[in-house]
Write a protein that binds this ligand. Sequence first.
Ligand SMILES: NC(=O)c1ccc[n+]([C@@H]2O[C@H](COP(=O)([O-])OP(=O)(O)OC[C@H]3O[C@@H](n4cnc5c(N)ncnc54)[C@H](O)[C@@H]3O)[C@@H](O)[C@H]2O)c1
Length: 457
Amino acid sequence: MNLAVFGTGYVGLVSGVCLANTGKKVFCIDINEDKLQKIKNGIAPIYEPGLEDLLKKNKDRIVPTTDARSAIQQAEVVMIAVGTPFDGQHIDLSYIKQAAKEIGQAVKEMDSYVVVTVKSTVVPGTTMDVVRPIVLEESGKSEDEIGFCMNPEFLREGNAVEDFKEPDRIVLGVSSERAEEVMRRLYDGFPETDVMVTNPTTAEMVKYTANTLLALNISYANEIARICETLEDVDSEDVFAGVIKDKRVSPIINGERITPKLTTYLRAGCGFGGSCFPKDVKALASFARDRKVDGKLLDGLLHINKSQMEHIFELGLKKHGGEAKKVAILGTAFKPDTDDIRESPGIRLAEFALERGMEVHVHDYKALENTKAEYGEKLKYHEEPLAAVEGADIVYVATIWDDYLQIADEAYEARMADGGVMVDCRSLYKNRAEQPWRVRVGVGKKKQNQNSEVYAD
Ligand SMILES: NC(=O)c1ccc[n+]([C@@H]2O[C@H](COP(=O)([O-])OP(=O)(O)OC[C@H]3O[C@@H](n4cnc5c(N)ncnc54)[C@H](O)[C@@H]3O)[C@@H](O)[C@H]2O)c1
């Protein structure tokens, strides 16, 4: 089977490479020639563990191209994986519409049946009410000749290849049984998993609901943590440890307690970021408003997320006596094992510091290049974490890179300014609580004693 994928970003490239790995020939279409040249040379233009190896392994089946027409005309499935950024009011569908137009024009000259499948995250109704009419009108064909599918993607950046190769479910929102048959063949060669077949609009809603559920847990944990910070000797981690023992949350099966992964989202931190959660929650909130749904929950969780980042920034400032000249941010990627800095909390903290005229030094293991491309001279960049920390009044540890665990408190203290403080934004160092470090500020817990690191008021 041949597949054409529009967009070689995190979703498009990972999908294309993983599907090529199951024997399909994949045309990777993009308008960005630099990305395509890299792919041609066996270099992944984004960082994802395992992606480059898989790309090299399958290079004979992967065809990077700007020639969408020719790619589409050789494909049985055309997948749209272009960006859907939030424009402040709604998601911007211009890239989707452009892709749909090009697909329609190419399909016009085809004799064979083709399925147009949307992988991008789009608001309910987009596949059937936006993509379908454009493709049908441009091609002049009927739905007997073209199938439509909405196939949401659930991969997590930093784990994208593994997630795609071993999906926990495949959702196929199809317009016809014939489209379903083709889509099932696309996923031949994947380990057995739950396949949910539904209509495209339900599939679109599944994706938004899944992401907002995760974001909701994070904001809930952060709000509870803020309450705990006002209480003497209460650590929100202890609170949630007690909460999740409820057998409706963590059931006991055959004498063994099962703790769902979802509970790992119930942890205080500096809020969620990345290219999906903030955008998807905003998109669903505004979609709800457009439909006159009186919902406060989605707006509320966005508000908590925004204010949590401000709160974390203030925690450091307060512990340092209300002012600071030099700030270090350890981690500009929105999470470990990615180079993606979109809506990254580390970046947001850097922006707060810049707004106050502070000198900002940053470190990241994978995202420095992307950070530099966006912030240029405004920030100072370091390949080594301790070099970023040199002379810093406040150090914010914003991304849970495992390698930061290798750095001893003494090494930090030797490099920070006298009187410098650290904010452990995501409780990376929580296992060091046995030997509290007086300069560390935790999140979601109030000062326990004079020497404690768990200090938040
Ligand atoms: N990143 C994630 O973790 C993730 C997970 C699930 C779903 N999604 C969704 O998938 C979609 C893509 O996200 P992403 O992070 O991969 O985006 P991205 O910005 O990394 O990549 C999009 C790519 O599409 C290309 N493109 C734009 N217009 C094009 C056109 N007309 N023809 C060909 N290529 C074109 C761009 O050049 C870019 O390379 C979004 O809707 C996103 O919400 C993302």
